[in-house]
Design a protein around this ligand. Structure first.
Ligand code: SF4
Length: 431
C-alpha cells in the first residue's frame, strides 16, 4: 500500500551530511539573532484551505498526498479530531473564503466537515467551499443523504454568523475516472439539481489533458452540452438549464506522476498544461506569481491577505509562503496572531509573501542560477519553495539573502546585517 509522497519525502530528509547539518545550525542561529520585523506582511489570512485528513480511499495515480489509511497507522494529531482547535485558529484569521480540501478526501470525515461548515466564521467571510472527489456518491440515495447533511449544517449557521455561500467543488479527471468512474460526479450534479439543494453552488475541477474523454463522457450520460474551453474553463449545460463551470488545472509531474509514467498512459500533456504556461494566469500586475496572496479557483483573485493551509497533521502554513521546515503547528498553538508572528520571524517567509518563489529565485540567482529551471524542468507549479529550499546549504544562503532583502525594504533594521554576515561566512565554508 503506497504511503503519501509527502511522508516518504520527510523520512528521506532525516539523513543529512555534515555540511547540511552545519547549514541547518547556522540558519537556526541566524533566525535566533534577528530582531522582530516591522510590518513584514499582511496580518490577516483571506483564504484558508483546511485538510481534515491525509487519507483517501480512492488512491489516484497522480496524487502526491493521499493514500488509503494503512491498517496499523500510529496515532498522531489529525485535524479531523480537533474541530474546536481548528475553529479557534481559522475564526481569528479574518477570512473571506474557507475551503475544506486535501490532502486527503474531506468527505472521509463528514462530521468534521459539517461542524466546520456550521461554525467557521469571520466578519468578512463570504464563501465556504468543500472540495471532494465525490467517492461517497455511490448511489443517488447515499448522495442525497450526504448532501442533505452538509446543507443542514450550512443552514444551521444562524443569524449571528456571517451569511456565506456554500459551494461543492467536484474533482473529476482522467485519473479519478480510472478509480471510481464518472457516475459519482454525475450523481452529485443530479442531486444538486433537486429543489431542496438549488441554492448550493457547484463546479467541476479537472486536469487539462489531450485525448481525455472524461468530461465529454460525463456530458454524454447527463445529456448535457459542452462549450469550447476558454481560459482553462468550459461550461457544462444541463437539460434543466443549469450551467456548470468545468475548471481545468495543469497536471503536476512530480512525486508519483513522472513524465515516464505519463508517457505510458493513453493521455498526453498539452502545451497549455505545462506549469510555465498555466502559471501565467496567476501573475499579478508586476508579472509575478505570488501564491501566498492568490486564490487559485476558476477566477483568480489577488488577495490583500494571505492564502493559508491547515494541514491534516496540524501544520499551519502559508501557500508557498513559508520555509518548508519551519511553521507553527495546531497542537502547539491555535492562536492566529501567534502563528503568523512565528511565520514572519523567518525572513524567507517575508520574501515569499512579498514576491513569491520568483523573488526567492532572483535573490539567490548569482550563486544558484539552476533554481530558475525548477518550474520548467519539473512541470511543478506548487511546492516550488519546497523544491528551491530542499538543500540546507541553499536554504542558508536564501535566508541570508532574504535578510538583506528585508533590510532593503525597511522590514528589518540594518543591525540584522551583522547576523546575516556571520551566516554568510558559514555558508561560504560549507557550500
Ligand atoms: S481522489 Fe483526490 S485525494 Fe483521493 S487519491 Fe485521488 S487525487 Fe488524491
Amino acid at each position: 500500500m503506497p504511503e503519501p509522497v509527502i511522508v516518504r519525502a520527510t523520512a528521506r530528509s532525516s539523513t543529512v551530511s555534515a555540511p547540511a547539518a552545519r547549514a541547518v545550525r547556522a540558519r537556526a542561529e541566524l533566525l535566533a539573532a534577528l530582531p522582530r520585523p516591522t510590518e513584514p506582511g499582511p496580518a490577516t489570512a483571506t483564504t484558508c484551505y483546511v485538510w481534515p485528513t491525509d487519507y483517501c480511499d480512492v488512491g489516484c495515480a497522480h496524487c502526491n498526498f493521499a493514500s488509503p489509511r494503512p491498517p496499523h497507522v500510529r496515532h498522531r494529531f489529525e485535524v479531523a479530531d480537533n474541530l474546536d482547535r481548528v475553529l479557534r485558529l481559522v475564526n481569528g484569521m479574518g477570512l473571506w473564503k474557507a475551503v475544506l480540501s486535501g490532502g486527503g478526501e474531506p468527505m472521509m470525515k463528514p462530521a468534521f466537515c459539517q461542524g466546520f461548515i456550521r461554525q467557521v466564521d469571520s466578519p468578512n467571510l463570504a464563501e465556504v467551499e468543500l472540495i471532494t472527489s465525490g467517492s461517497f456518491a455511490v448511489s443517488i440515495t447515499r448522495t442525497r443523504q450526504e448532501i442533505a447533511a452538509l446543507a443542514a449544517a450550512w443552514r444551521a449557521r444562524g443569524a449571528h454568523r456571517a451569511d456565506v455561500t456554500f459551494t461543492i467543488r467536484v474533482s473529476l479527471d482522467w485519473f479519478h475516472a480510472r478509480r471510481i468512474g464518472i457516475e459519482p460526479a454525475a450523481n452529485i450534479l443530479r442531486v444538486l439539481g433537486e429543489p431542496a439543494f438549488e441554492d448550493i453552488g457547484v463546479y467541476l475541477r479537472s486536469v487539462l489533458l489531450d485525448d481525455d474523454r472524461t468530461v465529454s463522457d460525463l456530458a454524454c450520460i447527463l445529456d448535457a452540452t459542452l462549450s469550447p474551453v476558454h481560459d482553462y474553463q468550459q461550461s457544462l449545460s444541463l437539460p434543466d438549464g443549469r450551467d456548470i463551470v468545468v475548471y481545468y488545472k495543469n497536471l503536476i509531474l512530480d512525486g508519483r506522476m513522472t513524465r515516464g509514467r505519463l508517457d505510458s498512459l493513453p493521455v498526453r500533456l498539452p502545451e497549455a498544461s505545462r506549469a510555465a504556461v498555466f502559471g501565467d494566469r496567476f501573475k499579478n500586475d508586476a508579472g509575478r506569481h505570488v501564491p501566498a496572496r492568490v486564490y487559485n479557483g476558476p477566477t483568480v483573485v489577488h488577495l490583500d491577505g494571505l492564502a493559508t493551509i491547515v494541514e491534516a497533521s496540524g501544520g499551519i502554513k502559508i501557500l508557498e509562503g513559508n520555509h518548508p521546515d519551519r511553521y507553527p503547528r495546531l497542537p502547539e498553538t491555535s492562536d492566529w496572531a501567534d502563528a503568523v508572528s512565528l511565520l514572519y520571524a523567518d525572513p524567507i517567509t517575508v520574501a515569499l509573501v512579498h514576491g513569491g518563489p520568483d523573488l526567492l529565485v532572483q535573490l539567490i540567482a548569482n550563486e544558484y542560477p539552476q533554481m530558475a529551471d525548477v518550474t520548467s524542468a519539473t512541470n511543478q507549479l506548487y511546492y516550488l519553495a519546497e523544491k528551491i529550499l530542499a538543500d540546507p546549504v541553499v536554504s542558508l544562503f536564501a535566508t541570508v539573502r532574504s535578510v538583506e532583502f528585508a533590510v532593503d525594504a525597511g522590514i528589518l533594521p540594518a543591525s540584522a546585517l551583522d547576523a546575516a554576515l556571520s551566516a554568510r561566512h558559514e555558508w561560504e565554508s560549507v557550500r
